[in-house]
Design a protein around this ligand. Structure first.
Ligand code: 2BA
Ligand code: 2BA
Lengths: 141, 141
């Protein structure tokens, strides 16, 4: 019974709020994105526009793939390509009043899921770490 | 009741076996490691020796950190540094007969955990994806 109490909770109570989420802008270069990923230590982060709308995700695998040449890494491409050209645009999203059950299902295949409001403005992320931490607390009834 | 049935199961029944896990060797260069990470799309993989013993983990954030200079990325360092010098050696491990409960607790803070046998030989990894998939099946009683 307790576990269904957990699954009905709202995503909004468990997200990392947008002001604490590292992100880059659509027009940034891959070099800038790689710098932010390196400085934060994250392997993937959201891509927003200047109005804070969500456009996709950029990650170290996507950047490395984009600069892989036949014989070597073509690092000189980093400041020639924009995040917008490489980012993953086909990503699931949640809203703040979605249930944790819906979030849990998406987290099976995604390390984190972005939450947006009805107009597409970015509000934060739900992560596997938070869900696992909460689930562990709940199942030790 | 069913959930404790799940937590008592053995890690060994849920790991990705070693022959399906991408890895590098302690003596490989960072350039080789970056190539393997790029080709597989993974952000972190185990580091083994020639006898298949586990020594640590290497990841894109660790490699990027190692080549970050004051003004730019020092890509020329990639073929001068060895995985052994940069890898994370302080990692938790599981054995095949550990319970999923023990695995779940470690997965809160680690995207995957390596399993080894009593002599330290690598046997596979337990991932957050597998645990989340199994947990979701169990809680929908
Ligand atoms: N600075 C740090 N302090 C403590 N633990 C750290 C950490 N950096 C990474 N980790 C641990 O490693 C996991 C994977 O990080 P990764 O960057 O690949 O994958 C992360 C990253 O891509 C993204 N993420 C998490 N927090 C973020 C933030 N504040 N800003 C932007 N992206 C974030 O969500 C993914 C899943 O995050 P989650 O927390 O479930 O899982 C994290 C967390 O358990
Ligand atoms: N080729 C692929 N096909 C389908 N989904 C993919 C995928 N590559 C990544 N993903 C998805 O992205 C998650 C994070 O991948 P990441 O490489 O950062 O983090 C991975 C990676 O560092 C490592 N890993 C997983 N499978 C591996 C393997 N066969 N060999 C080596 N390392 C592996 O364990 C971490 C957690 O894996 P997990 O499956 O929980 O979580 C994976 C999975 O949900």
């Amino acid at each position: 019974v307790r576990i269904s109490g957990f699954l009905d909770k709202s995503v909004g109570d468990y997200i990392i709020p947008s002001d604490r989420v590292a992100h880059v802008q659509v027009g940034n270069s891959l070099e800038h994105a790689l710098l932010v990923l390196t400085q934060t230590g994250y392997t993937a982060i959201p891509v927003l526009d200047s109005e804070y709308k969500l456009h996709g995700l950029i990650s170290t695998p996507l950047i490395l793939d984009a600069i892989t040449g036949l014989k070597r890494f073509e690092f000189e491409k980093l400041d020639k390509l924009a995040v917008e050209e490489i980012m993953n645009k086909k990503i699931p999203t949640l809203t703040l009043d979605d249930t944790l059950e819906k979030g849990l299902k998406l987290l099976i295949n995604h390390p984190f899921v972005c939450t947006v409001n009805n107009e597409g403005y970015f509000e934060g992320i739900l992560t596997r770490r938070v869900i696992l931490k909460q689930l562990t607390a709940y199942i030790h009834l």
